[in-house]
Design a protein around this ligand. Structure first.
Ligand code: ATP
Ligand code: MG
Length: 257
């Protein structure tokens, strides 16, 4: 089977892209066949892997609009053994352009269905909104990974996200589940972080990954070198944390099958 994860949270800057990029890289390091789909017009996932968005000729936008196949838009990072469908100019307009289209919520799903057999993991980096791009990702996915920043008001918005996931499950994609919450930018020294963790665990129980991602400057530097943490600073706290998160996810998946 192919695990397809939408990495989503409508709150901005919580670590969606960092999580999508680094999980993808560590999954690939484990020998998994991985596709990362950049569904954000900001193109942060693409640039984090050294892809110059200005030079992208076929992007997730073209895939959504049906201009090209997903295979045609896929780039290969041979060093990381990672496939990526980059974002590109135009994606910001896709939400509007798709409105009049037939089956607009299923565009991404139809496009990646043809690819699913090639990959064991497909990760979709979502924009910070619950608009049509995120709905396309949720409609395509088997599960949602929700990065949650350990800060005040972290739970605000999670109920809205949960509601959208429920709606998509009822109407568009019955297999969708919240696969897991990833606590990011965790600082064990602060009382606030402990409070946030306690709150999130109260609501989401064992759907919260045990691995917590610490706040680590290496994680924020790596994108400007076009590298994931596993090549930039693998032994940093951020590197070991994302490796541990990958191991946790894979162990859960393989134990369950
Ligand atoms: P957006 O909503 O804009 O897409 P996002 O949810 O994808 O944001 P990221 O881009 O992953 O969030 O992270 C926001 C910023 O925080 C980035 O500059 C990133 O490098 C930094 N960052 C993410 N995780 C960490 C961490 N654990 N420690 C330190 N910095 C981090
Ligand atoms: Mg992002």
């Amino acid at each position: 089977m192919t695990y397809i994860y939408a990495v989503a949270n409508q709150k901005g800057g919580v670590g969606k892209t960092t999580t999508a990029v680094n999980l993808s890289a560590y999954l690939a390091l484990r020998g998994k066949r991985v596709l990362l789909v950049d569904m954000d017009a900001q193109a942060n996932a693409s640039s984090s892997l050294g892809i110059d968005r200005e030079k992208v000729t076929c992007s997730s936008y073209d895939v959504l609009l049906g201009n090209v196949t997903a295979a045609k838009a896929t780039l290969k990072n041979t060093k990381l053994n990672l496939a990526i469908i980059p974002s590109g100019p135009g994606l910001a307009a896709a939400e509007v352009e798709l409105v009049g289209e037939l089956a607009r919520e299923y565009r991404l799903r139809q496009a990646i269905d043809t690819e699913a057999g090639k990959y064991e993991y497909i990760l979709i980096d979502c924009p910070p909104s619950l608009g049509l791009l995120t709905v396309n990702a949720l409609t395509s996915a088997t599960g949602v990974l929700v990065p949650v920043q350990c800060e005040y008001l972290a739970l605000e918005g999670l109920s809205q996200l949960t509601r959208i996931v429920q709606l998509v499950r009822q109407r568009l994609n019955p297999q969708l589940e919240i696969r897991g919450l990833v606590l990011t930018m965790y600082d064990a020294r602060t009382a606030l972080a402990h409070q946030v963790v306690a709150e999130v665990e109260k609501y989401f129980g064992n759907r919260v990954f045990a691995t917590r991602i610490p706040r680590n400057v290496r994680l924020s530097e790596a994108p400007s070198y076009g590298q994931p943490i596993l090549t930039y600073a693998p032994s940093s706290p951020g590197g070991t944390a994302y490796k541990a998160l990958t191991d946790e996810l894979v162990t859960q998946n393989e134990g369950a099958s």
